[in-house]
Write a protein that binds this ligand. Structure first.
Ligand code: J9Q
Length: 244
């Protein structure tokens, strides 16, 4: 899968992608990420990418021409039509379902904006506008990295263990159960006995209950969708009963 990331801060994209699982995917050739410096698509001596907003007000707005030229150059290189993702607080919430769906697109363009935003005419060339959450950031570089990471995980060969991609927390609609590894005791902190018991039916049930308890406590919104099996529904009813 190929990604083109358009940014005024190329190092903010390049450095994080050099390491980790995505970095290995790039080294192997399973992923191809081209980072495009928006300033390379300016034509003035000072390589200006922003300007004052029409109508007045604080902050600067990204000029449309460098972005149009960058998209034209990517299109000439890769072929039209492009799938262009713009990250902004005005976008639809980016979800795990979006990550899976977008991993089926062979080539994505990620446009990184500044906080004050783009000239709105850029949206003519945008396929989807996505938000990674309701908080203020200085720019779209981190959201673009978040989307790239979540999408690239689904590309076959990027994550070593395919099963872990399929089974992951959000795909099941519940938060993860608590995990432990050796040693069984550190000071007075002990691994729950059930996990050392070798009773796999009991372990499965304990994990289900813990996952449900955490989800009920921290993310009750995830339980609204009603994808629980009969055992999970029973465990959830028990968890909701007042403690004796
Ligand atoms: C570009 N805050 O925030 C949440 N999702 C995307 C963003 C964002 C931002 C500023 C600039 C994107």
């Amino acid at each position: 899968m190929t990604f083109d990331v358009v940014t005024i801060f190329p190092a903010m994209i390049e450095a994080p992608l050099a390491g980790g699982i995505i970095g290995r995917g790039i080294e192997r050739g399973t992923l191809d990420v081209a980072v495009r410096d928006l300033r390379a698509f300016t034509t003035d001596r000072h390589r200006v990418v922003d300007d004052m907003p029409y109508g007045g007000g604080p902050g600067m707005v990204l000029k449309p021409e460098p972005i149009f030229r960058a998209l034209d150059a990517i299109e000439a290189e890769r072929g039209a039509p492009l799938t262009v993702i713009l990250t902004s607080p005005q976008g639809k919430p980016f979800t795990q379902a979006d990550a899976r769906r977008l991993s089926g697109v062979a080539h994505l363009v990620l446009l990184c904006g500044r906080y004050e935003g783009f000239d709105d005419r850029v949206r003519e060339r945008v396929t989807e506008e996505l938000s990674i959450g309701d908080y203020v950031l200085t720019g779209g570089e981190l959201p673009a990295l978040v989307i790239l990471d979540a999408v690239a995980r689904f590309v076959p060969g990027v994550v070593g263990d395919e099963q872990s991609v399929v089974d992951d927390s959000f795909s099941r609609g519940l938060l993860d159960f608590p995990q432990f590894t050796r040693p069984a005791e550190i000071g007075d902190l002990r691994v729950p006995d059930v996990l050392l018991s070798g009773n796999h039916a009991e372990i499965r049930r304990w994990r289900k209950r813990e996952a449900l308890a955490r989800t009920l406590e921290r993310r009750p919104d995830l339980l609204e969708h009603g994808e629980l099996d009969a055992e999970e529904q029973k465990l959830l009813r028990e968890l909701k009963l007042p403690k004796p």
